[in-house]
Ligand binder design. Structure first.
Ligand SMILES: [Zn+2]
Length: 166
């Protein structure tokens, strides 16, 4: 993965991050969102546009180095694709939500959460479920675009509830 960029690029990144007030709250990415429900952050390297997932970018920032090819950014606490809480706030014992993991941990987490390949129950593999996750991400992003708003976020998450296909 590419290394973190200059101070202006990092400052621009943080402008797309809205922090919930409690240690359990996520730090929400409110920029672009792709069709996998994860964010997209565009940066320039060697004169070319590159796109990165914000939770990976945030983790590289927190570590102060690029992620290695065999390192994954795992949502350990929240399973929220938009969460970029890869660091504890200074002066607190807050636990990061995004941590470094291996591919095996990544796959195990996806299985446990009902996503990804082989061991996933079939009712979790549908495109509806995927579309539901994207819609959920976009509504949450829209609810928080102008800053933290717990009520707007709550109703955005409720209004996009997608029942699974039993
Ligand atoms: Zn989180």
């Amino acid at each position: 993965m590419l290394s973190p960029g200059d101070a202006a690029e990092v400052a621009r990144f943080y402008r797309y991050v809205v922090k919930g007030p409690s240690p359990r709250d996520c730090f929400w990415w409110v920029g672009s969102i792709g069709d996998d429900a994860y964010g997209r952050y565009w940066v320039k390297r060697d004169g070319r546009q590159r796109v990165v997932r914000p939770h990976r970018y945030a983790l590289a920032l927190a570590l102060g180095r690029p992620l290695a090819d065999n390192e994954y950014a795992l949502h350990e606490v929240c399973d929220n694709p938009l969460c970029v809480r890869a660091w504890g706030e200074p002066g607190t014992a807050d636990r990061p939500h995004v941590v470094v993991g291996t591919q095996a941990q990544n796959l195990a987490g996806m299985g446990a959460k009902g996503r990804g390949g082989g061991r996933t129950p079939p009712w979790h593999r549908s495109e509806i479920d995927r579309a539901g996750r994207v819609a959920r991400s976009r509504r949450a992003r829209d609810a928080l675009r102008n800053g933290w708003d717990a009520e707007a976020l709550h109703s955005a998450l409720l209004s996009t509830y997608e029942p699974t296909l039993f």
